[in-house]
Design a protein around this ligand. Structure first.
Ligand code: FUL
Length: 469
């Protein structure tokens, strides 16, 4: 049996379905058993955020670097106008539901006055060493109703013990400070980058670590679960799985096929990251991270290279529209603000998305279900160019392939995904899938699941006519 719940009239539909189900002697929606791996409540909450911001800010901002070596002078940190409330307002206006902040990037400089190092804001001239950027940002997030999270780089090019056992204790001590002193943390981001060389307390050498074993993630995960039980863990380090995965690129897109699944053991391939793994036995959804500029940190020379609205919207379709979240980076300037070009573009982006998806044309249409096909019958010839569909992921990700067709005049025309080459084979749905195609005027739209791992549970379908950029 193919189960269909239309979002806007969820309860009415459910009652109808229940009646039909009872009459037909069929099982009812909530009696459906989950199939395969399913998300935790916290993973669902994270996926439901859809978009959240990254903020990159550190000594790099003052040296023009992307990766500090670890010996940069803390005295460089003295922003004249640092205003975390401006950051949060900007992110909120850009449609972001939370913020992940680089509390410590690879250079090791701490944006909070950690008790475990001198290499932090406490030895900067900013606020006479009495400031705490993490605190100010966590407070501003609370004030404006955004969630707050931290990026803590495991690779630390400043610390003398990096590469040795002592550093693991240091790393956990720092993480404990962040997880206990700043309220709820929705995500921790453990960047896997490691170039080897660094200052390391003056040793100035190359230190290689084994990314599978060195960080002893099991113990660190346990600590996170204990201190912040609702926090999700992002990790691309070796064989230890987090709650979320990197999608294998920072260019702002995930594979058009995107399973929220990974194998729990063994090596993960680049394909696993980019497309998920159909046969995976753990739920690890993809998070698509990208920057609004070429770099992660602010460089004046990139003021002219802020991504266009069209590029941001393209990333939206290729992340949120492909069963992923979008983690969009805004760099902080030397002054301690988000640059006006970036904030204007962010607001433009949010307004575009809001307007584009405000009018669901399926609402005014008749919906008919027949086997594995759902037909949307419009009252009159209707122009549209986007199709949106969701599975009830609480019951697992099931659909492997589907097709959509439009009745144009008297002919059924197959609709292809315009954002992929050979976009006729439509694969995987998950939490949300958006298919883009050229504007089409039709009297009906037909959606058919053509291959599935188990009985499909479609929780929502929508049709839109979105401005082309
Ligand atoms: C990468 C890092 O090396 C970059 O500096 C940046 O933080 C990005 C989000 O992740 O791996």
């Amino acid at each position: 049996m193919f189960i269909f719940i239309l979002h806007y009239s969820f309860f009415i539909m459910l009652r109808k379905l229940l009646l039909t189900a009872l009459l037909a002697g069929n099982i009812i929606v909530w009696a459906q058993k989950p199939f395969g791996p399913t998300p935790t409540k916290d993973q669902i909450a994270l996926q439901d955020m859809e978009m959240y911001a990254f903020l990159h800010y550190s000594l790099n901002t003052y040296t023009g670097q992307e990766w500090g070596y670890g010996n940069e002078d803390p005295k460089l940190f003295n922003p004249a106008r640092l205003d975390t409330r401006q950051w949060v307002r900007t992110c909120k206006a850009a449609g972001m539901k939370g913020i992940i902040f680089t509390a410590k990037h690879h250079c090791g400089f701490c944006m909070w006055p950690s008790a475990y190092t001198e290499y932090s804001v406490k030895n900067s001239p900013w606020k006479d060493g009495k400031g705490d950027v993490v605190r100010e940002l966590a407070d501003a997030c609370k004030e404006y109703g955004l969630k707050f999270a931290v990026y803590l780089s495991p690779w630390d090019r400043n610390h003398a013990e990096y590469g040795r056992e002592g550093y693991i204790t240091y790393f956990r001590n720092q993480l404990r400070e962040l997880l206990t002193q700043y309220g709820d943390i929705f995500e921790v981001w453990f960047d896997g980058a490691n170039g080897g060389d660094g200052w390391y307390g003056g040793a100035d050498e190359t230190r290689k670590i084994d990314r599978n074993t060195y960080y002893q993630w099991d113990g660190t995960y346990e600590m996170i679960r204990e201190l912040q039980p609702h926090c999700v863990i992002w990790n691309d380090q070796g064989t230890r799985r987090g709650d979320l995965r990197w999608v294998g690129t920072e260019a702002g897109y995930v594979g058009e096929t995107n399973w929220s699944l990974l194998p729990s053991t063994g090596k993960i391939t680049h394909n696993d990251l980019h497309y998920g793994n159909e046969n995976g036995d753990v739920w690890v959804p993809g998070e698509t991270n990208t920057s609004i500029r070429p770099g992660w940190f602010y460089h004046e020379s990139e003021d002219s290279k802020v991504k266009s609205l069209a590029r941001l919207v393209d990333s939206y379709y290729k992340s949120v529209g492909r069963n992923s979240t979008l983690l969009l980076n805004f760099p902080i300037t030397e002054d301690g603000l988000i640059h006006p070009i970036d904030s204007a573009r962010g607001a433009e982006f949010a307004q575009f998305i809001e307007k584009a998806f405000a009018n669901d044309l399926a609402r005014k249409a008749k919906i008919k279900k027949d086997g594995n096909t759902i037909t949307v019958k419009f009252r009159q010839p209707t122009e549209f160019n986007r199709f949106m569909v969701s599975e009830d992921i609480r019951k697992g990700q099931r659909v492997k392939k589907f097709q959509i067709e439009a009745l144009v005049g008297t002919e059924w025309k197959s609709l292809k995904d315009a954002l992929v080459e050979n976009g006729d084979g439509l694969t995987t749905i998950g939490r949300k899938r958006i298919i883009c195609f050229p504007k089409t005027t039709a009297t009906q739209l037909r959606f058919t699941v053509t291959d599935t791992k188990a009985e499909p549970i479609i929780s929502k379908i929508s049709v839109f006519n979105v401005p082309e950029l």
